[in-house]
Design a protein around this ligand. Structure first.
Ligand code: BES
Ligand code: MN
Ligand code: ZN
Length: 507
């Protein structure tokens, strides 16, 4: 879908040749003598459009020329979250009329955050999954015009939002693909496709190289599948090589049966989403390729299936990780941490400013936080605070969880350096404690996205989270770094995030 930002008053909005028009109405006054402003005044005077964000009024427009209908959408106080829900509802409503050219116009000047929320919500509402449907109804909207009173004032923020939307959509699409249409090999091909953009390079390692690196835990999970494992290494270089990169590590289990510790059948189809951490890393790179910020980022994706087979790893087997530490596999369904621990060890070679792993890691995190916030784990207060801010600013929220040493006690094993599970209690935390044993050499954070990466039920599908959070963090969004959150030294956790914002330019 093509996004375009335009300076549009309500008069110009009716003259614009859009098939459908959405007007976002805040609590403040809208004056003007044009027919649309007059209509809006009438509607409000009659109390037919309550101020409550998300309320819609769909009207036929008796104009000689221009769009046939208008959806007035209340955005209430104009907060980012209000705009997001209003635009989502309005675009979904307008989509029913199959508009090819859709205009979304702010009646009052939006904040940059509100504009971004509008772009992301429209992109989300226009998404249609079609890859494996024979009679798919594709998204009708080819062109989405965002109208604001002063386009120049918000152009930069708009461009960032459009790039972010592309990254989120990319992650959603990969997440939604069934496991037989998104194997580790296909995921690696998708990553290689991203390397067509300037500044992005991609390297893909196969089973032989994985074994040679000594990634015994990753190889142990992969050995039960006929699909060969892949280890994807993506580089985005937007700054001099001397600048330390942020490393993103994404869990890429393209299907999780649980292995020998087999999962129950109900809803097992949803375990195709177990590569959403990987998809979010690829989504971030998709956006970086477009936005071209002056930062360095490395993406690491260990990807394989977790299957049961004569060759599968068994409960009690001991695997030797790339770090040299040994792990007793007490439950083959706790496979995410096994593939991630070797990727974390691999991350050390980049001398990173920070390493963030993203994983649909535990059902326990879904119980703890549901689908609202991702779980955030980090022993580093500064890094954790930066990620929390990025989550708030991007409406892709997370919640910091504890990492007290006591939580790690259950990981003891009589036959290896550690087991891969602890008891049932605090399962999201004990999983993070396992990963922490492989993060000693750098600033590290872990995002458990088991509850936020996809929706179940009637709206079943990937969300593209936490691409918004990660990009906000990487780009050093001013909203993510309020002066109150700055450290005395003026350092940013992202290592160059703020410089990136200052010097961001299209190459
Ligand atoms: N991919 C799952 C986590 C998961 C489960 C995400 C349900 C979303 C919904 C992960 O590999 C897993 O199976 N974790 C186990 C760990 C347990 C064996 C310690 C879990 O959460 O049950
Ligand atoms: Mn599992
Ligand atoms: Zn899993």
């Amino acid at each position: 879908m093509n996004f375009q930002l335009k300076t549009l008053s309500l008069v110009q909005a009716t003259a614009d040749k859009a098939d459908a028009l959405i007007v976002l109405v805040g609590e403040g006054a809208v004056t003007g003598k044009d027919p649309l402003s007059a209509l809006l005044a009438k509607v409000r005077a009659a109390g037919d459009l309550p101020d409550k964000a998300g309320k819609l009024l769909n009207l036929y427009l008796p104009l000689a020329d221009g769009p046939r209908s208008v959806v007035f959408a209340a955005i209430g106080d104009g907060k980012d979250s209000s705009v997001r829900s209003a635009v989502g509802a309005a675009v979904s409503a307008a989509r029913a009329g199959k508009p090819v050219r859709l205009a979304v116009v702010f009646a009052q000047a939006p904040t940059s955050g509100a504009l971004r929320a509008a772009v992301l919500a429209s992109s989300d509402a226009c998404y249609a999954y079609t890859a494996t449907k024979s009679k798919a109804e594709p998204n009708p909207v080819r062109q989405l015009i965002m109208g604001v009173p002063d386009a120049a004032a918000v152009q930069a923020e708009f461009d960032t939002a459009v790039g972010t939307a592309a990254g989120i959509e990319f992650a959603k699409e990969l997440g939604n693909r069934p496991a037989n249409h998104c194997t580790p090999t296909m995921l690696a091909e998708a990553a290689q496709g991203l390397a067509r953009a300037p500044r992005i390079k991609c390297e893909v390692l196969g089973p032989k190289e994985i074994a040679k690196l000594g990634m015994g835990a990753f190889a142990g999970v992969a050995q039960g599948s006929n699909e060969p494992a892949r280890f994807i290494v993506l580089h985005y270089q937007g700054a001099p090589k001397t600048q330390a990169p942020v490393v993103l590590v994404g869990k890429g289990i393209t299907f999780d049966t649980g292995g020998v510790s087999l999962k129950p059948a109900a809803e097992m189809d949803e375990m195709k989403f177990d590569m959403c951490g990987a998809a979010s890393v690829l989504g971030v790179f998709r956006a970086l390729g477009e936005l071209r910020p002056a930062i360095n980022v490395v993406g690491l994706v260990p990807t394989c299936e977790n299957m049961n087979d004569g060759k599968s790893v068994k409960p009690g087997d001991v695997l030797t990780t790339m770090s040299g530490q040994t792990v007793e596999v007490l439950n083959t369904d706790a496979e995410g941490r096994l593939i991630l621990c070797d990727a974390l060890t691999y991350a050390k070679r980049f001398a990173p400013s920070a390493v963030i792993d993203i994983a649909t890691l535990t059902g326990a995190c879904v119980i703890a936080l549901g689908g609202v916030r991702s779980g955030l784990f980090s022993p580093d207060d500064e890094l954790a605070a930066a990620l929390e801010r990025a989550g708030e600013a991007s409406l892709d929220r997370c919640w910091r969880m504890p990492l007290d040493d006591e939580y790690g006690e259950g990981l003891k094993s009589n036959f290896a350096d550690m087991g891969n599970i602890a008891g049932r209690a605090a399962g999201a935390v004990t999983a993070a404690k396992f990963l922490q044993k492989f993060s000693g050499d750098f600033r590290w954070a872990h995002l458990d996205i088991a509850g936020t990466a996809w929706k179940s039920g009637a709206a079943k599908g990937a969300t593209g989270r936490p691409v918004g959070l990660l990009l906000n963090f990487l780009l050093g969004d001013p909203l993510a770094q309020p002066s109150a959150g700055r450290t005395k030294t003026g350092k940013t956790a992202a290592g160059g995030g703020r410089t990136a914002r200052k010097t961001r330019a299209r190459a």
